[in-house]
Write a protein that binds this ligand. Sequence first.
Ligand SMILES: [Fe+2]
Length: 121
Amino acid sequence: MARFGEVINPPEKEGKEKHVPVIEAPASVKAGESFQVTVTVGKDVPHPNTVEHHIKWIQVFVALEGRPYNPVHVTTFDVGPTFGDPKVTFPMKLEKKATLFALEYCNIHGVWENSVPVGVE
Ligand SMILES: [Fe+2]
């Protein structure tokens, strides 16, 4: 059986500059307190943003330390071409240390991923 994870483009793949979702999140947060996360696609090298070639969506999941079933969905942004930029900021909370995963979908170049750890005090 093929696994979906095998076809997700990793952060080091050719074309990464325009596709890897860059995650900006605190290295450590207080348990249960809201914090801001920003995910940007094409932060340093802008990705095309036309009907023919654009970033369609950004999704964020967390893998919580000690949870038997991961990942857990945090949020999904559906981005329209031309007028919508693939940069999103949202508030979230954590009770336990976690790894944040961002996925983005380019209608030409597929799904790309990135992740960052977030500690909880
Ligand atoms: Fe693309």
